[in-house]
Design a binder for this molecule. Structure first.
Ligand code: VG1
Ligand code: CO
Length: 542
C-alpha cells in the first residue's frame, strides 16, 4: 500500500561539499531522512519506470535508510532499484553501476571519512545519470524542495531482504540485490595489467592494505588477495563495521599512522595503502616515502601510459584549486589541458563528460579518472601497483625521480576542527575584507603578488561558483589558501593549505613542515588564525 504522509520542513537540509551530512540523532528525527529523500525525488524529473542504484558504506543507520529509500522510491514510481548486497556499495562502485546499467541516478549513503555510530555521522548523497555527484544546480533544487516539503509518499511494506543476491518486487517496483564487488572488480581487470601484478606478488612483493573497517574490505580482499594472489593477510581491517571499530576511517598520516609506521619499519612491507569510509579516498606509502595526494596525481599522470587502460595517453588533468600545482607541470610537459576547479568531485563531472580530462585529483587523498565519476581509492592503489610493476622500481625511487625531473611542490594542509562557526566566519570575512590591500605587501619575507576569493567558471556549462576559497599567492609561486570545510557536522573546520615549489634537487629532502615554516607563519600573520580560533596549533596536519 502506498501512503502519503504529511510532514513539515527542516531548514538545515542543505547539501555540502558531498551530500547532506549530519549526526545520526539529527537524521533519526521524525521524517528527517524521509523529507530529504522525497526532496531529492521532487527535484528530479522523468524517472518514472527508471532504475535507481542504491548502497552505502555500511555505517550505523545504513540499513534503516536503505529500507526507507526503497519504500519511497517505490511510492514515487521508480521501475527498479539495484541495491548492493547488505546495503553495501563503495562510492566508486555505485558510480560504476549507474553508468554500466544506464540507471537514472543513484543514492549513496555515506559520511565518508567521518566516524560512524549512534552519535556519529551519517550522510545521503544523490548521483546523477553520469554516475557523478549531483551538480550544484540539482543540490540547490533539492535544498529548496526540502524547505517547502509538505508531504512524502512511501510504500507500507515489510522490510526487503537485502542480504541475498536476488530479485523481488515492492509495490510493483523491482528490487534487484546485486553483488557489490563483481562489476567493479571486472572493470579494474580491464584497466590494469593484472598479469604483471600477479607476477609482482608472486615475486614476493609485500603490501599492506588497510580497509579501516570500512567499505573497501570486500573489494580489496577480492581484488588483491583473490584475483592478484597477494598473500593472505595483505588486507587488514577488512570487515566493514557500523562504527568502523570506533576509528576515523580517514586514510592520512594521523588516522592511518599505524600503517605508515608499519611500512617504515625494517620488517614491514614494501608498500602500504588505505582507503576511507566509502572507498573513494586513498593513501599511498612506500618504504621510506609517503606520497602526498597532490604528488600522486602528478606521478600517475606522468606514468599513465604504463597502465593498459590509459595506454593511449590522457586528454587532460583536473585538480581542485587547493591541490598543489605538481600536476600542472606534468600537463605542460605532455601538452595536455590542466583545469583548476573548486573543492569537491562534483566539479570534475562536466570536464570528464566532455572528454577534456582523463585524470582528476584532490589534495584530500582523492584521485580518479574517467572510468567512473567519483574518486576511487582501490583504483589509485592498483594504478600505483601497475606503475611499480612496469617500472620495476619502488615508490621512493619513483617519487624522487619525479621530483628530479619536475621539481618538488612542498605541500601541507592544516585543519582546525570544531571551531565555533561565528569565529571561523569572522576569520574568513576579515580576510575577504583585506584582499584588495594585500598585493605588494611583504609577510615573513614573502611578497604578495595576488590575493583573491576563488571563483570558478565552468568551461562546459558556463555556470559560475563563487567564494570557493581565499588564495594568497606570493612572488616565486608559493601560496596559502584558506577555506571552510563543507563536510563537517559540528562547528566549523578551517582548512589552511600551504605550498612551495622547489626546483633544486639538492633541496628535495627537507622535512615538509620545516620547508613550509615561513608560509605557515605568514598564514597566521595574514589571517589571524590564533587570534580568531583561540587555537595555538592545528588539530590535524596532513
Ligand atoms: C573534503 C575535502 C574535499 C573532498 C570532500 C569529500 O571537503 O576537502 O576535497 O572532495 O571532503 O570527500 P571539505 O569541504 O570538508 O573540505 V569524501 O571522501 O568526504 O566524499
Ligand atoms: Co570518501
Amino acid at each position: 500500500m502506498i501512503r502519503t504522509v504529511a510532514t513539515t520542513p527542516y531548514d538545515d537540509q542543505k547539501p555540502g561539499t558531498s551530500g547532506l551530512r549530519k549526526k545520526v540523532p539529527v537524521f533519526s528525527q521524525e521524517n528527517y531522512a524521509e523529507n530529504f529523500i522525497q526532496s531529492i525525488f521532487d527535484a528530479l524529473d522523468g524517472f518514472k519506470g527508471k532504475t535507481l542504484v542504491l548502497g552505502g558504506d555500511g555505517r550505523y543507520y545504513n540499513r534503516e535508510v536503505i529500507q526507507k529509500v526503497l519504500c519511497i522510491a517505490a511510492a514515487n514510481g521508480f521501475g527498479k532499484v539495484m541495491v548492493g548486497q547488505g546495503g553495501i556499495l563503495s562510492t566508486p562502485a555505485a558510480s560504476h553501476l549507474i553508468r554500466k546499467h544506464k540507471a537514472f541516478g543513484g543514492i549513496i549513503l555515506s559520511a565518508s571519512h567521518n566516524p560512524g555510530g549512534p552519535k556519529e555521522d551519517f550522510g545521503i548523497k544523490y548521483n546523477a545519470e553520469n554516475g557523478g555527484p549531483a551538480p550544484e544546480k540539482i543540490t540547490d533544487a533539492i535544498f529548496s524542495k526540502s524547505k517547502a516539503i509538505k508531504e512524502y509518499r512511501i510504500a507500507d511494506a515489510p522490510a526487503v531482504d537485502i542480504d541475498t543476491v536476488s530479485t523481488t518486487t515492492l509495490e510493483g517496483m523491482t528490487v534487484e540485490v546485486v553483488d557489490p564487488v563483481k562489476d567493479y572488480a571486472e572493470m579494474m581487470e580491464g584497466l590494469f595489467d593484472f598479469k604483471a601484478l600477479r607476477k609482482l606478488f608472486e615475486s614476493g612483493f609485500r603490501m599492506r592494505f588497510d580497509a579501516m573497517h570500512a567499505v573497501t574490505g570486500p573489494y580489496a580482499k577480492e581484488i588483491f588477495e583473490n584475483r592478484l594472489g597477494a598473500a593472505e593477510g595483505t588486507c587488514r581491517n577488512y570487515h566493514p563495521l557500523p562504527d568502523f571499530g570506533g576509528h576515523h576511517p580517514d586514510p592520512n598520516l594521523v588516522h592511518a599512522k599505524h600503517l605508515y609506521d608499519d611500512v617504515m619499519s625494517a620488517a614491514g612491507p614494501e608498500f602500504g595503502a588505505a582507503s576511507d569510509g566509502d572507498g573513494d579516498r586513498n593513501m599511498i606509502v612506500g618504504k621510506g616515502m609517503f606520497v602526498t595526494p597532490s604528488d600522486s596525481l602528478a606521478i600517475i599522470a606522468a606514468n599513465a601510459t604504463l597502465a593498459p587502460g590509459y595506454a593511449r595517453g590522457i586528454a587532460g588533468i583536473a585538480r581542485s584549486m587547493p591541490t598543489s600545482a605538481a600536476s600542472d607541470r606534468v600537463a605542460e610537459k605532455l601538452g595536455v589541458g590542466i583545469y583548476e576547479t573548486p573543492t569537491g568531485w562534483k566539479f570534475f563531472g562536466n570536464l570528464l563528460d566532455a572528454g577534456k580530462v582523463t585524470l582528476c585529483g584532490e589534495e584530500s587523498f582523492g584521485t580518479g579518472s574517467n572510468h567512473v565519476r567519483e574518486k576511487d581509492g582501490v583504483w589509485a592503489v592498483l594504478f600505483w601497483l601497475n606503475i611499480i610493476a612496469a617500472r620495476g622500481e619502488g615508490v621512493k625511487e619513483i617519487v624522487e625521480k619525479h621530483w628530479a625531473a619536475y621539481g618538488r611542490n612542498y605541500y601541507s594542509r592544516h585543519d582546525y576542527e570544531e571551531v565555533e562557526s561565528a569565529r571561523a566566519n569572522a576569520l574568513i570575512d576579515e580576510l575577504r575584507g583585506k584582499l584588495g590591500s594585500l598585493p605588494g605587501t611583504t609577510v615573513r619575507g614573502l611578497t604578495v603578488e595576488k590575493a583573491d576569493d576563488f571563483s570558478y567558471h565552468d568551461p562546459v556549462d558556463h555556470s559560475v561558483s563563487e567564494h570557493q576559497g581565499v588564495r594568497v599567492l606570493f612572488k616565486g609561486g608559493s601560496r596559502v589558501v584558506f577555506r571552510l570545510s563543507g563536510t563537517g557536522t559540528s562547528g566549523a573546520t578551517l582548512r589552511v593549505y600551504m605550498e612551495r615549489y622547489e626546483p633544486d634537487p639538492k633541496k628535495h629532502d627537507i622535512e615538509t613542515q620545516q620547508a613550509l615554516a615561513d608560509l605557515i607563519a605568514a598564514a597566521d600573520d595574514i589571517a589571524g588564525i590564533r587570534r580568531h580560533t583561540g587555537r595555538d596549533r592545528p588539530s590535524v596536519i596532513t
